[in-house]
Design a protein. Structure first.
Length: 272
């Protein structure tokens, strides 16, 4: 019994040490995740100043671009964002400027809308962009020379050098900011705007989805195809165009089941 008791105590001690080591490893790992560990939130005034900086410089585009500062109406904070109306012909130039000069690095969503009763703006494309801002990691790892050549060097707390950024002293170009871009197209049966999939990778799927559902094409997009509707959808059919009174009737579904987990034999191997 004494031996058994000792074994149980030793086992419990080992388990405790293992749990503690795992806990410390998780804490260390969480602090080393790439990204900034922010001690404070970006203030409303900082968002406003960053938006004003955009408006001050965007005047170079002339009448082709109209911009204003708007504020979010929902949520806990009514932060400023930049709303821009741009002619479709100037869209790529604006996109390149935002990416290069203003560090706008992400396209989060693209939406297409059909307004059949408005002949001057029958089609509308709305693009949502983001500037993520600060790039500095919260911590950097300082390795000894002998560890530099190792594939998976062991990292401990002594190797971590804190590089926390003072949020209150962010430069305007480092301040996170949101953008809403709007383009309108007059009445036509072949609406299109220039593609920006080569500028922001996030635009790739969004442009495909907008063409698939709404029928607005994106000039220069390589690999435009159906992504939500079946591959054998009739050419020219885009269900979110307002002239369609009945939705998704009288042609074969791509999948065997409503959830879309099974494919029909003729669709085997096709990429959705």
């Amino acid at each position: 019994m004494v031996l058994g008791s000792c074994v149980r105590r030793l086992s419990a001690s080992v388990q405790y040490r293992v749990r503690r080591q795992k806990h410390e490893a998780r804490q260390l790992s969480s602090r080393m995740i790439e990204g900034i560990e922010m001690a404070k939130e970006v203030s409303t005034a900082q968002f406003q100043a960053a938006a004003e900086d955009i408006l001050a410089d965007i005047t170079d585009f002339g009448d082709a671009v109209q911009a204003e500062i708007r504020n979010h109406t929902g949520g806990r904070r009514k932060n400023a964002y930049v709303y821009i109306e741009v002619a479709a012909s100037e869209w790529r130039n604006l996109a390149k400027w935002l990416k290069k000069s203003k560090k706008v690095d992400h396209c989060s969503m693209i939406t297409g809308i059909h307004w059949p009763d408005n002949s001057d703006a029958t089609w509308q494309v709305v693009v949502h962009l983001m500037r993520s801002g600060v790039k500095n990691p919260g911590f950097v790892v300082s390795l000894d020379n002998e560890d530099l050549g190792k594939k998976n060097p062991k990292i401990n707390k002594k190797m971590l050098k804190e590089t926390r950024v003072d949020i209150e002293s962010l430069k305007l170009i480092e301040t996170p900011l949101e953008f809403e871009i709007s383009m309108t197209i007059p009445e036509t049966r072949t609406p299109s705007v220039p593609s920006v999939a080569d500028i922001w990778v996030g635009a790739d799927w969004n442009e495909k989805e907008t063409w698939d559902l709404v029928g607005i094409d994106f000039e220069g997009h390589k690999g435009m195809r159906r992504v939500l509707l079946p591959h054998d959808t009739p050419t020219g059919y885009h269900p979110l165009q307002k002239q369609h009174k009945l939705r998704y009737h009288d042609f074969n579904e791509m999948y065997d089941d409503a959830q879309g987990f099974g494919r029909k034999p003729e669709d085997s191997g096709r990429v959705k």
